[in-house]
Design a protein. Sequence first.
Length: 177
Amino acid sequence: MKRQKNRKRQPRKPAAGAAAQAAAPSTAPERPGRRDFLRRARNGALIGAGVLGGGWYLVEDVNAHRREHDLARIGDGIPAVVQIHDPECPRCRALQRETRRALEDFEPGEIQYLVANIRTDEGRALAAQHGVGHVTLLLMDGGGRRRQTLRGPNTSEALKQAFRLHLDALNRGAASN
């Protein structure tokens, strides 16, 4: 049996009206569809959520910074860890990281963390009052009296243990009174 040759198909020619429509540009503006509207609404909502989330984070960060640097909180009834801190000192920043890490295991309100920046008048005055330099932690009772001084960088585990001993000593002293 002989094979027949496949004939090549000729492309269809468009109708005369369709060719004219395709060649002429449309003068009416294309109306956005439902999908375009939903896509734009979704993108707008995502951008808005990102902006609001970033704003919320910045506000919380600024408030936390203010709370940490409010030295008027010393002696407010909550035991405190006060860091004598120079923001340009790498050892001070390392001590700050380790202190924050150590304080994560304590309940809110159990002990507070405060920062005395020695580049401010208030921070310098507190450091001079206690006769200490930067890279130092002052452990204070709820009345604002210094109970212990930790000098130099430490690990978070060593700091956690020191803070726990400090709180235990304060609790024993309160129980005996």
